[in-house]
Design a protein around this ligand. Structure first.
Ligand SMILES: NC(=O)c1ccc[n+]([C@@H]2O[C@H](COP(=O)([O-])OP(=O)(O)OC[C@H]3O[C@@H](n4cnc5c(N)ncnc54)[C@H](O)[C@@H]3O)[C@@H](O)[C@H]2O)c1
Length: 454
């Protein structure tokens, strides 16, 4: 399909989204400034806060966190940026303080950057309060959470965007341009995942100044993600963090825009990495945590089948030594791209059976958003993509436009986790993938990154 056809379809997307109830219900069209709240001012919340404080179109009206040190760090950032002091909630440790933030502050939008187990509850409360939601990955924990978040969005009409930043990575967006230009031919197979050695994130000594690898504690004695993320690895075996991998791949495959996931299964390897890390690598073999068993398999491999015949492979790999890589591969009838070797092969263009370096393609297919905003994204988190994800959310709310990563994307990408857990529990069974769109995937049109405002 040619670019102009896509643009034409993109212009229909807002209409399609209206019928799906995903347009903002409250933001006034054309408003140029938003009153915003941030729930969760931890490590991620502070990265997002830095982006928010760089924007003149955001008034940071309220902050909420139950950890006074994190709240204090966020307040210091606001102060340093010369902005007026936001109202704060949660310093009393009240887990429900975010409800007071939602009630009291007449916010246009809220960013949720709390532990996973809070996302569904907080997003639902915000949508019910008619406050637009930008939610950090993931959308929920159980499958029921995902249906609840979806139903809340549909019944309230409040905008909801999953803040999946990897969709905005520069090479990922260039590849989107290439997919749209038909460079790979018809897509056949896609791969990605979350392959990130998190051992030093999952354990520390609880000292707020040493969040990474400083000890063997987790849970109440840990700090930041060690306080909550590690417990998921204790109890759950599945693809625990799917959206960084599946987000870009779903956009390439036009999931919910003429395509959908139909089936899923997962295999989990044995679990050795975390025990080995604590006992042997960290030298904490006498620590009680070194004796614990972990539910999470070290490598969890998930396969998805799509309505249009593509297969997608995801790998979750966070407990073994390895350099970071999301391991993308996009393959069609005319060639493939892989990020790990920075390589591309396009039949008829590339030397036969040889990789070309991706850089020339990156330059040629650089996305208009990156061309336009590269200077502003300079220095933003994760190589600039955190600028784009915040920018997309803020601009879409301001313009009363469809969310570029919307509720259907959010719940389907994130529901991979409970479905993969179920598959593993049931003996690596292949399960049907729920159609969260209720059949509307057939007629919805591409929208992601079609409008260069977002
Ligand atoms: N997109 C990305 O690249 C990226 C990167 C890192 C983290 N994340 C996501 O961001 C989220 C937060 O991760 P993090 O690294 O900041 O963790 P963190 O532990 O550093 O921060 C979470 C904060 O939430 C607070 N909190 C917990 N319960 C609360 C409640 N009931 N009310 C108010 N505040 C509460 C905690 O006190 C903590 O300060 C997670 O969903 C994580 O997966 C995304």
């Amino acid at each position: 399909m040619q670019r102009r056809d896509f643009l034409r379809h993109g212009s229909h997307a807002a209409l399609a989204a209206t019928t799906l109830g995903s347009l903002p219900a409250l933001a006034k069209p054309g408003r140029d400034k938003l009153r915003l709240g941030l729930i969760g001012t931890g490590m991620r919340g502070q990265v997002l806060l830095r982006e928010l404080l760089r924007r003149e179109d955001v008034e940071l009206a309220a902050l909420c966190d139950i950890e006074p040190i994190m709240l204090g760090r966020a307040l210091a950032m606001v102060n340093k940026a010369g902005r007026s002091k936001p109202e704060t909630f949660g310093e009393d440790g009240d887990l429900q303080a975010y409800r007071r933030l939602l009630d009291a502050r007449k916010l246009d939008a809220v960013i949720i950057a709390t532990p996973w187990e809070w996302h569904a509850e907080m997003a639902i409360a915000a949508m019910q309060a008619k406050v637009a939601v930008g939610c950090e990955v993931v959308a929920g924990v159980t499958l029921q959470d995902h249906w609840d978040v979806l139903r809340a969005q549909q019944s309230t009409g409040t905008p909801y965007m999953l803040l999946e930043n990897v969709c905005f990575r520069r090479d990922v967006m260039a590849v989107l341009q290439m997919v749209r230009a038909g460079l790979f031919g018809e897509l056949v197979h896609l791969q990605g995942g979350y392959q990130h050695d998190l051992r030093a994130v999952k354990f520390n000594n609880g000292d707020p100044s040493k969040p990474y690898g400083s000890g063997a504690e987790f849970g109440a004695k840990g700090w930041s993600e060690a306080r909550w993320r590690t417990e998921h690895a204790r109890r759950r075996n599945g693809e625990l963090y799917p959206s960084h991998g599946i987000g870009p791949l779903a956009m390439y495959a036009n999931i919910h825009r003429g395509n959908r996931f139909t089936h899923i299964n997962s295999f989990a390897s044995k679990s050795r990495g975390l025990k080995d890390y604590l006992g042997r690598k960290l030298g904490a073999k006498d620590h009680p945590n070194a004796k614990l068993d972990w539910a999470l398999g070290d490598i969890v491999t998930t396969t998805l089948a799509c309505e249009n015949g593509e297969t997608i492979l995801l790998q979750h790999d966070t407990s073994l030594p390895r350099p970071y890589s999301l391991g993308f591969r996009v393959q069609g009838t005319d060639g493939l791209w892989m990020d790990l070797n920075h390589g591309i092969h396009i039949e008829g263009r590339s030397p036969a059976h040889q990789w070309e370096d991706f850089q020339a393609y990156q330059d040629r297919f650089d996305h208009p958003l990156w061309k336009k905003y590269a200077a502003q994204a300079e220095g933003a988190g994760h190589g600039g993509m955190d600028f784009f994800v915040i920018h997309a959310f803020i601009e879409a709310v301001k313009a009363n436009a469809a969310m570029p990563i919307d509720i259907y994307d959010a719940v389907a990408w994130s529901a991979i986790t409970p479905l993969s857990e179920q598959s593993i529990v049931e003996g690596f069974k292949t399960l049907p993938f729920p159609d969260f769109t209720g059949g509307q995937w057939k007629t919805r049109k591409p929208i992601f990154a079609f409008d260069d405002r977002y």
